[in-house]
Design a protein around this ligand. Structure first.
Ligand code: OAD
Length: 297
């Protein structure tokens, strides 16, 4: 799907992006919305509109009802496995391969501990993806993710000894896909209950590899994200409400450091008043338009 929005990308935005040899992308649930993955806070369709995070996304929730929490995340992993990356994810993969436009000034210092080869394409433009998303759609579009700030649906681990666990999709959740659009919380809760497996090493219950409310972010991911935001010449913020901290601090810090920040979001977010440019369009429209606009500059 693509909408014609001829004036969406101004010359100023196109020039900024075309000339940047280091771009850091900060993404949220909105970039996966057009792949059919529900966001958290959009009216009606958002997961937190329909499910109670205190029952599903806290350490206490897992302790009191592990089968509900495990089943809910298995269900979400199932939905993501059925989904495909959209034009927004693909455009970010293409961005790395568009050669940097000529310019007169010196490039920014690239002296942070972030591997340049973690970008795809081998061109002289680094595109670093820092995401709050727990899906794998950036990776499946061909863009390695530098930092999954909130963990991953596909990295469960032991709740006691942290040994990784490989969960297969056995198809038992296939009939529950419509819970995403018409959830009746009580009924959904009963349907979703799946007892977590036991850790092979210590027998404790395996838990989802997600950062829950009240838990710290993975330190390595956070450090890499901080470095990538600091080193960026341009930051592109896509599809986040900017409501969850500390993640939302990262684009705020970029703004404070004077790094140009471009936001892609069809709605205003908490970050909109701070950013330099707000592209009021969906990711699968705005990001391909941006890549098209910088080609040949
Ligand atoms: P939210 O659901 O809070 O915000 C999604 C944003 O995406 C909103 O601002 C929408 O306007 C925007 N949006 C919707 N469709 C879009 C589209 N097609 N293109 C671009 N933008 C679109 O999601 P996040 O900000 O990602 O935490 O939420 C942050 C964290 O809160 C999540 O990582 C999750 C949640 O609790 C954990 O899982 C730990």
């Amino acid at each position: 799907m693509s909408e014609a929005m001829p004036d969406l990308i101004s010359d100023e935005v196109a020039d900024l992006v075309a000339r940047a040899d280091w771009i850091t992308v900060f993404s949220g649930a909105g970039i996966s919305a057009e792949s059919g993955i529900a966001t958290f806070r959009d009216a009606q369709t958002g997961l937190w509109e329909n499910f109670d995070p205190s029952q599903l996304a806290t350490p206490a929730a897992f302790e009191s009802d592990p089968a509900l929490v495990w089943g809910w995340y298995q269900w979400r992993a199932h939905l993501v496995r059925q989904a495909e990356p959209n034009a927004g994810h693909h455009a970010l993969a293409e961005l790395a391969a568009v050669p940097v436009a000529q310019r007169g000034d010196a490039t920014s210092s690239l002296d942070v501990d972030v591997p340049r080869d973690s970008t795809r394409g081998g061109a002289d433009r680094a595109v670093m993806i820092v995401t709050q998303n727990v899906d794998d759609l950036h990776e499946r579009a061909g863009t390695p993710v530098l930092a999954h700030l909130h963990g991953s649906l596909f990295e469960p681990r032991c709740s006691r000894c942290a040994q990784p666990y490989h969960a297969a999709d056995d198809g038992t959740l296939a009939d529950l896909a419509d819970l995403a659009t018409a959830p009746d919380l009580a009924a959904a809760n009963d349907l979703l209950r799946i007892p977590p497996p036991a850790c092979a090493a210590c027998s404790a219950p395996v838990r989802p590899g997600i950062v829950w409310f009240g838990e710290p972010l993975p330190p390595r991911a956070w450090l890499r994200a901080e470095s990538a935001l600091r080193a960026a010449e341009v930051v592109i913020v896509v599809g986040t409400s900017g409501m969850v901290y500390p993640a939302a601090e990262l684009p705020e810090r970029a703004v404070a450091a004077g790094i140009p920040v471009i936001e892609v979001n069809p709605e205003p977010s908490l970050l909109t008043p701070l950013v330099d440019h707000h592209l009021a369009a969906r990711a699968a429209t705005a990001l391909p338009a941006l890549v098209a606009a910088i080609r040949g500059r």
